[in-house]
Write a new protein. Structure first.
Length: 269
């Protein structure tokens, strides 16, 4: 983790108890309440050299094309009944569009869990994956977020309560946590690569400075016709492992372990 300071969190807002991969944002939201509404400004600092900022030209994006994935979220407890169980299902759809001559990505996620359904729609530039806007709804909570580099404006509504708005100002341009899979796929993967990712956590309305590191390059075999990168993503709550195809940049395997409970979660397509 970096020493880069972050915007202070509103008091009384719990950190998510589950977080991993973009498809698990809905699970994260199950255990959260809406953040208190106020304005926060982080002091100006010179960011660390290894921070990958939203909008950077270092990201590889040629692989980002129209695509649809239907995924099952599976989990296994570390103790007790360790039988693999299904937590929910998610449809992840990405579409390329154009606005004022700029190629954009529209990312749609629709999920069904035992605790309810969620829908997340997010727009971003294709080059640099700079987030533009996001509309997230889970249960009675609805959030609309407008991103502007190192700033954002958010509106939160819970049930029939009056909408609440607040602004954030960060030391660096941020990604939305729901972009995490696209960001990992697009990193300049190479031996020894290590980066800090500034991610805005839509669940608890806070900035995370999380790490991504290339662990190894595995050769092709009977099940994977091209070599694959193994990438480790970590934050204070979880450790995730991605396996990324070197040619297509497609994530062909993914799993996460929750640090405290050691619960194992993965996806099946």
């Amino acid at each position: 983790m970096s020493s880069l300071p972050t915007t202070p969190k509103p008091s009384g807002v719990p950190r998510r108890t589950l977080a991993a991969f973009t498809i698990l944002t809905a699970i994260m939201l199950i255990t959260l309440v809406a953040a208190s509404c106020s304005t926060h400004t982080a002091r100006s600092v010179a960011p660390a050299d290894d921070v990958v900022r939203a909008g950077t030209s270092d990201l590889t994006v040629a692989h980002i094309v129209d695509n649809v994935d239907n995924e099952r979220i599976m989990y296994r407890l570390a103790t007790g009944d360790t039988t693999a169980k299904e937590r929910g299902k998610v449809r992840v759809e990405q579409r390329i569009s154009s606005a004022n001559g700029v190629a954009n990505v529209m990312l749609y996620k629709l999920g069904h869990y035992g605790s309810g359904d969620f829908v997340d729609t997010m727009s971003m530039t294709r080059k640099g994956l700079r987030p533009i806007a996001e509309h997230l709804k889970f249960g009675s909570t609805e959030k609309i977020i407008h991103y502007d580099g190192d700033r954002l404006h958010e509106t939160v509504q819970v049930g029939d309560s009056a909408p609440r708005t607040f602004d954030r100002h960060f030391p660096v341009p941020v990604f939305g946590f729901n972009q995490l899979d696209l960001v990992v796929q697009s990193l300049p993967l190479r031996p020894g690569f290590h980066a800090i990712l500034p991610l805005y956590s839509e669940g608890d309305d806070s900035l995370e400075l999380d790490t991504a590191m290339v662990v190894k390059l595995a050769p092709s075999d009977a099940t994977t016709p091209s070599p694959t990168w193994t990438v480790r993503f970590a934050d204070p709550v979880i450790i995730s492992t991605y396996v990324v195809d070197t040619l297509s940049r497609r994530i062909i395997d993914y799993d996460v372990v929750t640090r405290k409970s050691k619960m194992h979660t993965w996806i099946e397509r």
